[in-house]
Write a protein that binds this ligand. Sequence first.
Ligand SMILES: Cc1cc2nc3c(=O)[nH]c(=O)nc-3n(C[C@H](O)[C@H](O)[C@H](O)COP(=O)(O)O)c2cc1C
Length: 344
Amino acid sequence: MARPGRPCCSGSMKATTTGTAPATDIRRAVEDAIWAPSVHNTQPWRFGVRGARIALCADGDRRLDASDPDGREMLISCGAALLNLRIALHARGHDTTVRILPDPDRPHLLADVEATPGALADDDALFLHAQIRRRRSHRGGFQAAPVPPGLLAAFRDDAGRDGARLIQAVDANVQGALAALTNAAEHSRRRSPAHTAETARWAPAPGTRRTDGVQQGAYPRETPRTAPHFASRDFARGHGWGLAAAPAEAAPGAVLLLVTPADGPAHWLRTGQALQRVLLRAAGHGLAAAYHSQALLVPELRAFIRTTFCGNAYPQLLLRLGVPDGEPLQSVRRPVEEVLFDDR
Ligand SMILES: Cc1cc2nc3c(=O)[nH]c(=O)nc-3n(C[C@H](O)[C@H](O)[C@H](O)COP(=O)(O)O)c2cc1C
């Protein structure tokens, strides 16, 4: 994604806290929104508040230059935050009108969200809202029990609501091929100084005071073996960091590709919203997702996966989904004041 000629949103970093009910609701909704997943926990978003309108902006300084030069994963992350924002406003009795990429001259202005008084939230919105702060990414194996087919069907419906599609790799050969491509991409990245430097920047050492990045409570010291085995990102980089006591072997879970019919910023934002709806429903049923996007960051491998396994749809994320083994992993967020500003 091109860096913008002028900032997405101007204004001071002071939050709007006028004490009116909508201002309070909007601030709380942003506090929920930031619990979205983001690549390397970069939290690449800012929220400009003007009355009942919220401008969601990408924070281009937090884009991963080496692995995500187009900002595709940055926008997927922001799309997940957008879905949280919509659900959080809805749960507080507001309808939302969302304009995606409303200004072509300001590519980092991703969405304009207007909150208006609405109907009481339905049970499903309240269910999803309750999962926003409970959901965690997983980086290990899963319990052996398969994901119930009814739940997978619900996830497919969820993905479809925001214009994406969830494809399950059921065939063991397809799963094996996706695992092999993931492993090849991961190991080639580990040989690239630019990629290892980027991982180091976003995986701080234990004891850090940072409130972003993938920290040692967020991954196991040793990744349990699964069959097939999908390589994890190398956050510890040989330092022996990470949580102890992961089981030695585990099941891979359901292997899923989240795809869109076309590519580009609007589809990346759709992907993020679809992802987050699936993840929230999964969390509500005790499930979590592990991400293996390495192969999709290599253009040749992404093109191969697209034509071979996605019927020419554009693969945006490769996930494994299941009931996690062990304790939930930890995650951190920046204080909301760092991302919320007055957009008047
Ligand atoms: C677009 C995207 C790509 C991601 N890719 C990976 C990945 O390849 N490996 C991984 O371990 N986690 C990946 N994650 C998960 C993030 O690292 C995680 O969301 C972040 O560390 C915050 O943790 P939490 O989701 O538990 O709150 C990805 C997340 C997003 C949104």
